[in-house]
Design a protein around this ligand. Structure first.
Ligand code: PMP
Ligand code: GLN
Length: 389
C-alpha cells in the first residue's frame, strides 16, 4: 500500500486528545485540555436554539451570515476602535483553527518563511509546514516571558511572508506589552511581512492589562488578520465558530482556502454568536473577572502543594514548574501520564508546544482553571494526597 502524507503521518494524536482520553479512562479531573465546564451563557444558548427552528438551515453564505459579520465589525469598533467594513473585511470560520488553516493555506507560498513565537499552540506548525512554509521560531522563556526583540529580528529575513502572534498566549499565559507589539510591527513593516494574530483569548487579559490587537499599531491595519473564537469568548468550545477580520486584499485569498476547506459554518450557531457579541459590557468583564478569580483560586491551591505557577496575565491556563516532583529521568510527559493515571488529575505537558521536542523544556506542565470552584478544589485535594504519598 502506498504511504499517506508523510508530514502529517509523522505527528501523533494531539496531546489534548490524548490527555482527555486518559482522563475519561481513569476518571480523573480534567485540567488538561482547555475547555470550561459550565454550560455557557443562557441567552446565547437560547438564541441558538431559536435560530434552529427559524430557517433556513441550509448552507449559509460562504463568508458567514450577515448578522455575525456585522457583529464582528461592531465588536472591533467597540473594543478596539477599529473601523471595519463587514462586507469586505470579515469572514466566519469553523473555529479559530479553520480560520488559521485558511490563513496559512491562503497566504503561504512553498518556501516562504513564517516567524513563530514558542511555546506555541499545536495546530500552527503542521499546517504551516503542509502549506510549504518554513518555520522560524524564537522562544520566550519563563518566568518573565519577555520577548527577546533581537532574537525576533534575527528570525526575520526578506523571505518572511508572515509572523504568527498568539496574544494572549497559550500556554505561557502572557499578554504582550505595547513595546513588544511595537517591535513586532516594526519588523513586519521593515520586511513587508503579514501578521496572523490568534486572539482567541482577547477577553481574558487580567489585572487591568489591556488587550492590544497588533492590527491597531501603525502600518499594521493593511497587513494583519486577527482571529477570534466564540469557543473562548462564550465558553462554548464545541461550537467551533471563529471570526476573522482583515483587509480585503488578505481576506480574499484566505476565503479561497476557506471555500475548499469547509465552505461554511452552522447557521444557527453563527446567529447566536452574533447575538452574543452584542451583549452588554457586563458580560465581557464578568467573563474576565470570573476567570481571574479562578486563576487565583487554583494558583493558591497549587502553590500550597509546592507547584507554584508562573505569573498568569491572560488565557485560562496556569504554567507550572513540576521539577520538584519529577522522578529521576522523568519528563513532563511522563509526569502528566503518572498524574492522570495514578493521581486522578489531568494536566498537559508543555514540551508539546515546541517545534523541536529535543531542545524543548521538559519540566513544565499546564493546568486549565476554567472549571467550577469545586472541581478546582477537588483537583488540588487529589494532587495534595498523591504528591504527599
Ligand atoms: N488558538 C489557541 C491559542 C487556542 O488555545 C485554541 C484552542 N481553543 C484555538 C486557537 C482553537 O480555537 P477553536 O476551538 O475556535 O478552533
Ligand atoms: N485550545 C485547547 C487547549 O489549548 C485545546 C483545543 C484542542 O483540543 N484542539 O487546551
Amino acid at each position: 500500500m502506498k504511504p499517506a502524507n508523510s508530514l502529517l503521518s509523522s505527528y501523533g494524536t494531539t496531546v489534548f486528545e490524548v490527555m482527555s482520553r486518559l482522563a475519561i479512562e481513569h476518571q480523573a479531573i480534567n485540567l488538561g485540555q482547555g475547555f470550561p465546564d459550565d454550560r455557557g451563557p443562557d441567552p446565547v444558548l437560547d438564541a441558538a436554539s431559536k435560530a434552529l427552528y427559524d430557517p433556513p438551515n441550509q448552507y449559509p453564505p460562504m463568508l458567514g451570515v450577515p448578522e455575525l459579520r456585522q457583529a464582528v465589525a461592531e465588536h472591533n469598533k467597540r473594543f478596539y476602535g477599529i473601523d471595519v467594513d463587514w462586507q469586505s473585511e470579515t469572514m466566519v470560520s469553523t473555529g479559530a483553527t479553520e480560520g488559521l488553516a485558511a490563513c496559512f493555506f491562503g497566504l503561504i507560498e512553498p518556501g516562504d518563511e513564517v516567524v513563530l513565537i514558542e511555546p506555541l499552540y499545536d495546530c500552527y506548525l503542521p499546517i504551516i509546514r503542509r502549506a510549504g512554509g518554513i518555520p522560524k521560531s524564537v522562544r520566550v522563556l519563563p518566568p518573565s516571558w519577555e520577548l527577546d526583540t533581537a532574537a525576533l529580528a534575527a528570525a526575520f529575513s526578506e523571505r518572511t511572508k508572515l509572523v504568527v502572534l498568539n496574544n494572549p498566549q497559550n500556554p505561557a499565559s502572557k499578554v504582550f506589552t505595547r513595546d513588544e507589539l511595537e517591535a513586532i510591527a516594526a519588523l513586519c513593516r521593515r520586511h513587508d511581512a503579514y501578521a496572523v494574530c490568534d486572539e482567541v483569548y482577547e477577553h481574558m487579559a487580567f489585572d487591568g492589562r489591556p488587550h492590544i490587537p497588533l492590527m491597531t499599531l501603525e502600518g499594521m491595519r493593511e497587513r494583519t488578520v486577527r482571529i477570534g473564537s466564540a469557543g473562548k469568548t462564550f465558553s462554548l468550545t464545541g461550537w467551533k465558530v471563529g471570526y476573522l477580520t482583515g483587509p480585503e486584499h488578505l481576506l480574499q485569498p484566505i476565503a479561497k482556502a476557506h471555500q475548499f476547506l469547509v465552505f461554511t459554518t452552522a447557521p444557527n450557531l453563527q446567529r447566536a454568536v452574533a447575538f452574543g457579541l452584542g451583549q452588554g459590557d457586563g458580560y465581557f468583564t464578568g467573563l474576565r473577572d470570573g476567570m481571574a478569580a479562578k486563576r487565583d483560586r487554583l494558583s493558591v491551591g497549587l502553590a500550597g502543594l509546592g507547584l507554584a505557577p508562573a505569573v498568569c496575565q491572560g488565557t485560562y491556563f496556569l504554567f507550572v514548574d513540576a521539577s520538584p516532583f519529577l522522578r529521576s529521568g522523568e519528563d513532563d510527559e511522563g509526569f502528566c501520564r503518572r498524574l492522570v493515571t495514578e493521581g486522578g488529575v489531568a494536566a498537559v505537558p508543555v514540551s508539546a508546544f515546541y517545534q523541536d521536542r529535543q531542545t524543548a523544556p521538559k519540566t513544565f506542565i499546564r493546568f486549565c482553571f476554567a472549571k467550577q470552584d469545586s472541581v478546582l478544589d477537588g483537583a488540588v485535594e487529589r494532587l495534595g494526597s498523591y504528591l504527599a504519598a
